[in-house]
Design a binder for this molecule. Sequence first.
Ligand code: PFF
Length: 454
Amino acid sequence: MARRTSVHGEWSSKMAFILAATGSAVGLGNIWRFPYVTGESGGGAFVIIYLICVAAVGLPIMIAEIMLGRRGRQSPLNTMRTLATEEGATPAWQYVGWLGMAAGFLILSFYSVVAGWTLAYTVRTAAGIFDGQTADGVQAIFTSFIGDPERLLGWHTIFMVMTIIVVSRGVKSGLEQAVRFLMPALFVLLVAMVGYAMNTGQFEQAIDYLFKPDFSKVTWEVVLKAMGQAFFSLSLGMGAIMIYGSYLSHTASIVKTATIIAGMDTLVAVLAGLAIFPLVFQYGLAPSGGPGLIFMTLPIAFGQMPGGAFVGAAFFLLLVFAAWTSAISLMEPVVTWLVENRGMNRVKASAWAGLFAWLLGVVSLLSLNVWSGEQFQLFGMPFMDLVDWLTANVMLPLGGLLIAIFAAWVMSRDASRAELGLPEGMGYTAWRVLVRYVTPVAVILVLFNQTGLI
Ligand code: PFF
């Protein structure tokens, strides 16, 4: 088969791809979502199941997504259609692309709202409003903040505009530079926070909480949440990694790069847990405190450490950048599709995609305050929780399942082996067994047991 090239261009190097994909994976999912979902799910057992999901489900699917992207070289939707036709399968596989675009769009809507919180917290921390605050004070500040729709709206809008600006310019120009410096900086600061937590917080209790599994706490719901978290955190199941893979050069090793990306993502999540839980226990907060967890713990530390206003502002600012590079990848599949199929230019495509995601985000934002009453809930959840639940725990795993089935059952052995650039042998066989049997069975079992959807 003649190799395709992408009309949207190619990464300048393999390193650029690793950086961009890591930028997509590392975001609010690691630092905001992982700790609070761990806390809601009872700790250690959840963490172990999460790690198993990353290795046995996430990594094989990531390899599959990059492979499909590089082979198709178009938006996820058109890639799926082209590859399906090439393999003599039904073009209905393009619906995986639709599902992915819908998921990306829905995630982006509430992601931008939470990213807005981090923007606000950058400014607030820098201004010193947490200096010397007690745990109760910090909690009260957060509660009053999310109770104020106008403030939230302002920050949500700023973040969405930031995302539109980068996507409209083409993700390859600015992203690489940004990620190259900011990711290591975030990493260093996170390690420093772990160091701080080690000295001032209940570090041993946190270690026990995070790594001593109590399997009596495991229910199907916990397993589903762990799997959903793995998909969310690794940016899988919706085409974000697929579209980035479509800009990857043919010489790069997919297996190696995917392993690096998944490894870094997991490391950041574990570090976030180690930075936050010692403080949770130190200040007698509830691990199950929900989505506000990091905003109610870290500022206490920033308020008490010397130079905390500076360190704290730097931390939240880096988190903004991490969220930004993820949001960009959430928008990219829709934008490339609009460019390919609707003949729009990138600027127009990003503006439309951003506008709709922004509007939906406004509904999420209002569900935190004005529409937080029970009469506004759907399926017993506020709108924002519902969108989060539906995307992470249903749409992404379902998309990932279909991607695995396509890569391992529809695509021929020769085609996948050639694209992965692997010889016949243990490595290739291991991947194939995982995506062919382990991943689909695991995802089907978990989805079936917990959602009743399939
Ligand atoms: N992986 C991102 C995070 O952990 O914050 C969120 C995300 C980005 C999810 C892209 C899905 C996606 F396609």
